[in-house]
Design a protein around this ligand. Structure first.
Ligand SMILES: Nc1nc2c(c(=O)[nH]1)N[C@H]1C(S)=C(S)[C@@H](COP(=O)(O)OP(=O)(O)OC[C@H]3O[C@@H](n4cnc5c(=O)[nH]c(N)nc54)[C@H](O)[C@@H]3O)O[C@H]1N2
Ligand SMILES: Nc1nc2c(c(=O)[nH]1)N[C@H]1C(S)=C(S)[C@@H](COP(=O)(O)OP(=O)(O)OC[C@H]3O[C@@H](n4cnc5c(=O)[nH]c(N)nc54)[C@H](O)[C@@H]3O)O[C@H]1N2
Ligand code: SF4
Ligand SMILES: [Mo]
Length: 754
């Protein structure tokens, strides 16, 4: 049957609207206007759900995509995924290198551009030492690209200044998992959705940010009416609309709510003493790692009675009791969380507190029961967390600061002992502060748009304007904000124009095959980084790669000695299969859906004495860490009486460089706005559509009001996708002491009608 583009979009538009409430999506892109010559297996460019896509190619061009029926998304895609092709051919594509001359970007040859880049990096290292150069990458770069960049800097240039946007995104989740379990990354898989009888969704707007996963949750609920959904979010999001219990609270007080739930669970004797007695330690003081007893925990929780917490948080005590019982009494509870917990100055603590509930009740390590942190970007788990693309990490969960970990990598990489510098590099905010202060001299920015995405961004764009520092940017679109500030602009191959892997939220790694040739003079980020390293004189032994497959095979080898173990995830398997979940020690291993459980997790001997082994910790026990409630960095006060929070909408991706190019997506959200509660609006005399001035201690900006019941009173929300209304001029750059992740989710603001 011949189907027109209009038909596709009609279905797609309906699908987009319905995705928000979890109604079934049609396989929109299946109804392709053009029947392609070839379908190439790949992965969606956008969120951490990691949907498999089939890229339709005709005459050497991408003409359409459809969902991969063999991947976890079972052929479904959301609108963003379905509408990727026009982005590739945008008129804004950067197709040749540029050098800034007298303030203007002028076309240059690759050789001119790279000669200048290398000259700046070499001069910086010569005059100011290796810590004056940095790499700032992305959870959207391919695994092989991030692994390579991290190795070039740490093993080749002697600089541990390797950072990227995952610091803004997943750092608190890493901190949470590592402190609780001793190892990063979720222990369950997406299949848990089909077995859970209670979903505890906190600080995640899944329906808009992980739509295809949310669809699976909604389907589970629809098919099994006993399944309960709890949504803990100060906004009544689309996710909250399917909830049995929507818990709205004063932003930031969810730490107390989580402790109050533990209080209720113990009070009602709904804890699983057999589980936590055998498999958990209670850590009463994180600094000294002092172990205590269950009784110490009970005592600690006395401060968190539902009544006390009701007063603090604004949640009725009875609702706290109800959700605690729902969580504990279900046969299998899965928690999902995302930036509402991570982007907080107590992000790591918030992560610990969710895991505490799972450990207290034993809702872990069985089908349908797991504490599951949703990853935002398509490869934040993959490229960055797993292969060590941050300033304190080495591949496979090893740490720069540990001599034995550095030695292990030096041995595996065949480089002289002592090559890797012992001191971690600068974390993202410290790094951009140092760049703005002229202390870091040369920055390589790749696959991220920091001039839009950093918090309190005016400071950093001022810093980017300095003439005594240097920034090279690899960016496919001329209208990306950071292009305004770079000294050299390089044209990268985009998504389907290159080959490599993404690792999504559930530890699933899948291959993106190259579908078409790169446009113009574009080169893959792998090729760009290899060229850079060679010109920098990095020892060929450090970068012995012909192509990305060589990098992948090295990563398999490097991971093999660790519980990550990718040995069995060969390129040949990836070509055929639609993603494999690590650990996967052998070529005939199916991949791991449940970690830390004997018989499921290949890291545990089949004759191990116990069912569970939390091998990330020396004593094989998970840690229930006693974390108190602490407020936000900038609480509302008399001058700035309201809370500003920021986040996402279903149809746009981050800084809008890609989704703003798709007419259908742009039309649905053309411009940023401010969500105001009806009562607050009435008090301030604000009507729907009025211009409203938002003022924080950083900056002032005007947005159109959307008056609704989505935000609770006292809270306003602004989506951050709009380059013309960058809310990050107003947000705060305070960060979590452990994870160094900024508190994008809470700052103080005052609003008035314009
Ligand atoms: N459509 C779309 N999808 C995306 C992305 C995108 O740009 N667009 N980006 C991807 C990326 S990288 C990420 S990290 C994820 C982010 O995915 P999410 O974290 O789900 O999205 P956000 O909108 O940033 O924030 C989630 C929720 O946190 C709530 N929140 C605010 N303050 C608090 C608080 O104090 N406590 C709690 N519990 N909640 C609070 C907000 O009201 C909001 O609904 O999305 C991924 N998916
Ligand atoms: N206010 C506020 N700010 C936030 C957040 C928030 O919730 N609120 N969330 C934070 C989070 S969770 C995240 S993850 C960050 C994301 O922040 P960014 O990473 O800065 O945002 P993106 O728009 O995803 O930027 C990716 C860039 O890479 C380009 N690109 C696409 N493909 C390629 C490629 O193959 N190679 C290269 N070299 N470039 C490519 C895109 O055009 C785009 O400019 O923002 C953070 N900022
Ligand atoms: S849910 Fe995420 S991965 Fe799946 S199609 Fe949509 S944006 Fe892509
Ligand atoms: Mo993110």
């Amino acid at each position: 049957m011949k189907v027109t583009r209009r038909d596709v979009l009609k279905t797609a538009a309906a699908a987009s609207a319905m995705a928000a409430i979890g109604a079934p999506l049609t396989q929109v892109a299946n109804a392709a206007a053009n029947e392609p010559d070839e379908w190439v297996k790949s992965v969606c460019r956008f969120c951490g759900t990691g949907c498999g896509v089939m890229v339709g190619v005709k005459g050497g061009k991408v003409v359409t995509v459809k969902g991969d029926p063999n991947n976890h998304n079972a052929g479904f895609l959301c609108l963003k995924g379905a509408l990727m092709p026009p982005i590739v051919y945008s008129k804004e594509r950067v197709t040749k290198p540029y050098i800034r001359k007298n303030g203007k970007l002028e076309p240059a040859s690759w050789d001119e551009a790279m000669t200048l880049v290398v000259d700046k990096f070499k001069t910086a290292i010569k005059e100011h030492g290796p810590t004056s150069v940095a790499y700032y990458g992305s959870g959207q770069a391919l695994t092989e690209e991030t692994y390579l960049a991290s190795k070039i800097w740490k093993a080749g240039l002697g600089s541990n200044n390797v950072e990227g946007n995952p610091r803004l995104c997943m750092a608190s989740a890493v901190g949470g998992y590592v402190t609780t379990f001793g190892k990063d990354e979720p222990c369950g898989s997406y299949d848990d959705i089909d077995n859970a009888t209670c979903f505890f969704i906190i600080g995640s707007n899944m329906s808009e940010c992980h739509p295809i996963l949310f669809k699976r949750v909604a389907k589970r609920k629809q098919n099994s009416p006993n399944v309960k959904v709890i949504v803990v979010d100060p906004r009544k999001t689309n996710t909250a609309r399917i909830a049995d219990e929507h818990v709205s609270f004063k932003p930031g007080t969810d730490l107390a709510i989580l402790n109050a739930m533990a209080h209720v669970i113990i009070n009602e004797e709904l804890d699983n003493a057999r589980f936590h007695g055998k498999y958990c330690n209670f850590i009463v003081d994180w600094k000294t790692k002092k172990k205590g007893s269950f009784d110490d925990y009970v005592k600690f929780l006395e401060d968190y009675t539902p009544e006390k917490v009701a007063e603090l948080s604004g949640v009725p005590a009875e609702q706290i009791v109800r959700i605690a019982k729902m969580f504990a009494e279900s046969s299998a509870t899965t928690s999902f969380w995302c930036m509402g917990l991570n982007q907080r100055i107590r992000g790591v603590w918030a992560n610990n507190l969710v895991s505490n509930l799972h450990l207290l009740t034993g809702h872990i390590g069985k089908p349908g029961a797991s504490p599951f942190s949703l990853t935002g970007q398509p490869n934040a788990c993959g490229g960055v967390r797993d292969t060590g693309g941050l300033c304190h990490l080495l591949p496979a969960g090893r740490l720069i600061k540990k001599p034995e970990h550095r030695a292990a990598l030096e041995r595996q990489w065949g480089i002289p002992a002592g090559t890797i510098a012992p001191k971690p590099g600068l974390h993202t905010i410290a790094l951009w502060n140092a760049f703005s202060e002229g202390k870091v001299k040369a920055m390589f920015v790749l696959c991220t748009n920091p001039a839009h995405s950093l918090p309190n961004v005016n400071i950093y764009t001022e810093g980017m304007k300095r003439t005594d520092n240097f920034m090279v940017l690899s960016e496919p679109f001329m209208d990306a904000e950071t292009v305004k500030y770079c000294d050299v602009l390089l044209p990268p191959a985009f998504w389907c124009e290159k080959r490599g892997t993404y690792g999504c939220s559930e530890r699933r790694y899948a291959l993106l095959k190259k579908s078409v040739e790169p446009m113009g003079e574009c080169r893959s980020d792998f090729e760009i980084l290899m060229d850079f390293a060679k010109r920098m004189g990095v020892d060929p032994k450090v970068i012995p790669y012909k192509d990305v497959d060589d990098v992948w095979n090295e990563w398999r080898m490097v991971s093999a000695e660790t519980p990550y173990n990718f040995s069995g995830i060969t390129r040949a398997r990836m070509e055929k299969e639609s993603g494999i979940l690590w650990p996967c020690p052998t070529e005939d291993h199916p991949g791991t859906k449940i970690r830390y459980v004997r018989g499921e997790d290949p890291n545990i001997p089949t004759d191990y004495k116990n069912k569970y082994k939390f091998y990330g910790k020396k004593d094989n026990k998970a840690w229930i860490i006693l974390r108190p409630y602490k407020g936000a960095a900038e609480e509302p006060d008399a001058d700035y009486p309201m809370v500003l929070t920021t986040g996402r909408v279903i149809d746009h991706w981050h800084t809008g460089t890609m989704t703003m190019k798709v007419p259908e997506l742009r039309r649905s959200f053309p411009k940023a706005y401010v969500e105001v509660n009806v009562d607050d609006a009435a008090k301030a005399g604000i009507k729907n559509g009025d211009d409203v001035v938002l003022e924080t201690r950083r900056d002032t900006m005007t947005f159109q009001a959307r008056v609704s019941d989505v935000c609770r009173p006292g809270l306003v929300f602004v989506p951050w996708y709009d380059p013309n209304l960058m809310i990050n001029k107003l947000t705060l750059n305070a960060f979590d002491a452990g994870s160094k992740q900024p508190e994008y989710k809470i700052c103080a603001v005052r609003i008035k009608k314009a």
